[in-house]
Design a protein. Structure first.
Length: 193
């Protein structure tokens, strides 16, 4: 893990020094996680903005590479901070106050498991959709904390740093998100197990 931190910082420094391959390597390493974070934070109602915000995030990273300080945070924390700000800026421009739930997540829904029967595959897709819908129904701040933790692998300290709140607030958001997900999925678990 520490090697990655040093490697990420070295790649940003090399990018700043004009190495075109350095930024490409960093992008390849974190591209998917950044896009998925943005897409899930946006929710289905604003999914069409994900590509643009993803691109804006990476442009901001490229332009501000010299501002990254590995002594203050790991690169993923900095990346999620920038991505989160881009999403919140989008919501402000669109005058979005509350995000709803619903929608489809085709990639998660259409990956068949060859060892499953057709009935198992249908039930698995239904459960996946229930999980996605439950996450998308979370309040924005709880959703963001949950996605950063579950998908991004950020610690509570890093989530607090990325969102600009105290560690206890980040911890509370994550705790409430988990509780709401448990409650929303309680019936689904017994139906699909």
């Amino acid at each position: 893990m520490e090697d990655d931190v040093e490697d990420d910082a070295a790649l940003l420094r090399a990018h700043g020094a004009g190495d075109p391959n350095a930024f490409a390597r960093l992008y390849d390493r974190y591209d998917r996680a950044a896009f998925q974070f943005i897409r899930r934070l946006l929710g289905p109602a604003h999914a069409d903005a994900a590509e643009d915000l993803h691109q804006e995030t990476w442009i901001a990273i490229a332009r501000n590479a010299a501002a990254f300080d590995p002594a203050k945070s790991r690169f993923p924390t900095w990346l999620f901070t920038i991505a989160r700000r881009k999403v919140f800026d989008h919501f402000r421009r669109q005058k979005v106050a509350v995000l709803g739930s619903g929608g489809e997540e085709e990639a998660a829904m259409n990956v068949p498991d060859p060892s499953q029967s057709p009935l198992d595959q249908v039930q698995s897709r239904q459960l996946a959709q229930e999980i996605i819908s439950a996450v998308e129904a979370l309040p924005l701040e709880q959703r963001g904390a949950f996605i950063m933790f579950a998908q991004g692998g950020l610690s509570l300290d890093e989530i607090a740093q990325a969102t600009g709140v105290a560690v206890e607030t980040a911890k509370s958001r994550l705790r409430y998100a988990r509780a709401k997900l448990r409650q929303a999925l309680a019936g689904e678990r017994s139906a699909h197990v």
